[in-house]
Design a protein around this ligand. Structure first.
Ligand code: HPA
Length: 277
């Protein structure tokens, strides 16, 4: 384990011996989910953890919340840092290493994204089946710790197929419509131009955003089973008829919260059936 990860884990272990089975990262405007935990064991502000990256963006208040959802021990990140804040990729993904080291074997990533595919509308929920990482630095660049994962990890199935299958089934049982798509992470913080969106469309991207792929690569490298869900807060530039704003993205998250909450709860519940099979 790298020194900075060990220091975070040592601090957290001085507060709690809670061992999460799953980790959940909440995206822009989606932080309200933390009120839906069935029980809370402990909360740790990121600012208390030595060397832990702290976000500066409104709508990303930062703390770990540990507790239970559907009987699954869960560590939840309310707030996350983004690459565009100026953090090195290694710092952006540090929280993933920490949650894995605490025991999390499953990772649920959520984000707000711009919709590119014509099948999507604001409010659509999209289960990621793949991603495009080519426009951002790879978070695994640098010295590789063989205890964390291999130097040249395969990326043909980043989003665990069995978990995806279970989540699709759970979404249908919870009566939540769920699309499937390919996500492209760009650095941000500026939104895309219409020409950039036309390019991404040709490359096969269905949704675009400023997070998630760095985290997914890291978690897959570490051997976690990854599931990611995008919430389409807006249609992407050029497809949309008006200028984009962060306020619109946050407001759309608030509107979709009840459906999103039902889906995420159902998704986390699948961990039990994953293990039973
Ligand atoms: N582009 C990039 N990131 C986003 C968008 C978008 O349109 N909406 C929410 N996050």
């Amino acid at each position: 384990m790298k020194k900075n990860v060990r220091e975070c884990v040592t601090y957290i272990r001085s507060i709690t011996d809670f061992v999460p089975k799953a980790a959940l990262v909440l995206g822009s405007g989606l932080g309200g989910f933390t009120e839906k935990l069935d029980s809370i064991v402990c909360e740790i502000p990121y600012s208390d953890i030595p060397g832990f990256p702290v976000s500066t963006v409104s709508g990303h208040a930062g703390k770990f919340i540990m507790g239970y959802v559907e009987g699954v021990p869960l560590i939840c990140m309310s707030g996350r840092v983004h690459y565009y804040e100026g953090y090195a990729p290694e710092d952006v993904v540090l929280p993933l290493r920490v949650m894995h080291a605490l025991g999390a074997e499953f990772l649920f990533l959520t984000n707000a994204a711009g919709g590119i595919s014509s099948d999507l509308k604001p409010g659509s929920l999209v289960l990621l089946r793949d991603h495009i990482s080519l426009f951002i630095p790879n978070p695994l660049i640098g010295e590789n710790d063989p205890d964390e994962g291999e130097r040249f990890p395969d990326m043909s199935e980043v989003y665990d197929p069995k978990l995806r299958e279970l989540v699709v089934k759970a979404a249908s049982e919870a009566d939540v419509r769920l699309e499937s798509g390919v996500y492209c992470q760009l650095s941000g913080p500026s939104y895309e131009t219409p020409a950039e969106i036309r390019l991404l469309q040709r490359l096969g991207a269905d949704v675009v955003g400023m997070s998630t792929v760095m985290e997914a690569i890291t978690a897959h490298h570490a051997g976690m089973k990854v599931c990611a869900i995008s919430f389409v807060s807006n249609m992407a530039a050029g497809i949309n008829t008006h200028a984009l704003s962060h306020e619109e993205v946050k407001e759309a998250g608030i509107q979709a919260a009840p459906r999103f909450t039902r889906l995420v709860k159902a998704a986390i519940g699948t961990v039990k059936s994953y293990e039973a099979e």
